[in-house]
Design a protein around this ligand. Structure first.
Ligand code: ADP
Length: 201
């Protein structure tokens, strides 16, 4: 039996890591594979370096995309072929939404172009949970962890949120939008329900 790929997306501070830890300790997902992008490989390290410096936006996209390709080849595809449930904290939609903003001065329709360069080799998730929240609330939550990265600036996050919502609107069969400006218990309940229904389908 083929496995399933579930991805968690949303702006910084939307609650992805919090829900990933919840799922990780939930007995229903004891056999699931938990992963994330950027990955922990050397290419993932290069992505982190790019994020923390003034790297050219196009070069940055290429690094993210290389990391994605390697992630699929070494972990995602083999796990799915083994019938595993794979849960990734960020995946291809992060690129479409974030670099769709950072590259908007460089080309006409960056989000469409970035999607185009992924076509034919990326694995499209079975389910994407989009954690949606007002960027000002998210930034306030992130404030607790100190220095912001350039991707956590509020204006950028507004654009990223819009891009995410556009993606969700275009593919309603893949996305479930979850309002994360709520009590954690309510969010956990919605997430469990969404994942259970896709696993059982
Ligand atoms: P992300 O992984 O999307 O960047 P995190 O899960 O790290 O977001 O959450 C950012 C901050 O917000 C953390 O300090 C976390 O404890 C807090 N947080 C997450 N979810 C909620 C929630 N539902 N209500 C209040 N605070 C939350």
């Amino acid at each position: 039996m083929k496995g399933k790929l579930i991805t968690l997306e949303g702006i910084d501070g939307s609650g992805k890591s919090t829900i990933t830890s919840f799922l990780n300790s939930h007995p229903s997902f004891a056999n699931a594979v938990f992963t994330r992008e950027p990955t922990t490989s050397w290419i993932g390290d290069a992505v982190y370096k790019a994020i923390q410096s003034d790297t050219d936006e196009l070069a940055e996209l290429m690094l993210f995309t290389a990391d994605h390709a390697d992630h699929i080849a070494t972990l995602i595809r083999p796990a799915i072929e083994e019938g595993k449930i794979v849960i990734s904290d960020r995946y291809s939609d992060s690129r479409y939404a974030y670099q769709g903003v950072t590259l908007k001065e460089r080309m006409e329709e960056p989000m469409e172009w970035i999607q185009m360069i992924h076509r034919g080799w990326t694995i499209v998730p079975d389910l994407t949970l989009l954690f949606d929240i007002d960027p000002s609330v998210a930034v306030q939550r992130c404030g607790k962890r100190g220095e912001q990265t350039k991707f956590e600036k509020i204006d950028l996050l507004k654009g990223v949120r819009e891009n995410y919502l556009k993606l969700a609107e275009k593919e309603p069969e893949r996305f479930i939008v979850i309002d994360t400006d709520r009590e954690l218990k309510e969010i956990e309940k919605d997430v469990l329900q969404a994942i259970t229904s896709i696993i059982e389908s």
